[in-house]
Ligand binder design. Structure first.
Ligand code: AMP
Length: 204
């Protein structure tokens, strides 16, 4: 399965991707995580990535692409697809995705919708290094200027699963799964047994 998850910073893309990845056995690819890993390395690339992330700006497309390339060619992704979180973030990256994706196309876009007031409060509580006020301001502006227009185009090109992400983590997951089911991408309740009896298993 090839899924793309999109929404503003703080919408819960990472949390939902991790859960959906575990439930459906689809590898999670997070561009933010790939970049934070690169930032952890003691290199010039690491240093420049840190500077962009700390300002809340988008890292240049070429750099993101070259760091993501390796992940996309990993055997698990080639065999099982992906749930892609944080990429693409603008129209150009959306075009470049075709070259990264061994299958050349996503099957559905999960769109998490949440009011800015909720996002601000979540980011304030999360407290990641790049959740300070000025970076949050820039990230929200990047989302409005670059990502939202791209998503408007996606809604004409792909199957869309739009979910109110101000709800609880469990409710959001269950609505995402219901949406995927509606589009015929998953069937029935074929959840792994370890989820049986959990809140997730019950409502999924
Ligand atoms: P995230 O973990 O998705 O919230 O991303 C954290 C930060 O990583 C963003 O504010 C950007 O600086 C950078 N980043 C993540 N994904 C991308 C991307 N696709 N293109 C450019 N920068 C990105």
């Amino acid at each position: 399965m090839r899924l793309l998850i999109a929404g503003p910073p703080g919408a819960g893309k990472g949390t939902q991707s991790t859960r959906i990845s575990a439930l459906l056995g689809v590898p999670h690819i997070s561009s933010g995580e790939v970049l934070r890993d690169a930032m952890g390395t003691d290199s010039r690339v690491g240093e420049s990535v840190r500077a962009w992330i700390d300002r809340g700006q988008l890292v240049p497309d070429e750099l993101v692409l070259s760091l993501l390339q390796q992940r996309f060619s990993a055997p698990d992704v080639v065999e099982q697809g992906y749930i892609l979180d944080g990429f693409p973030r603008n129209r150009r990256q959306a075009r470049l995705l075709r070259y990264l994706d061994p299958y050349r196309s996503v099957e559905a876009v999960i769109r998490l919708v949440v009011p800015t007031s909720v996002v601000r409060e979540r980011l304030r509580r999360r407290g990641r290094d790049d959740d300070h006020a000025s970076a949050v301001r820039v990230r929200l502006a990047e989302y409005e200027d670059a990502t939202r227009p791209m998503l408007a185009e996606f809604s004409r090109a792909f199957a869309m699963v739009t979910v109110d992400a101000a709800r609880t983590v469990e409710e959001v997951t269950s609505r995402v799964l219901a949406g995927l089911r509606k589009h015929g991408l998953i069937k029935g309740l074929d959840l792994p047994s370890r989820y049986a009896g959990s809140a997730l298993g019950n409502d999924a």
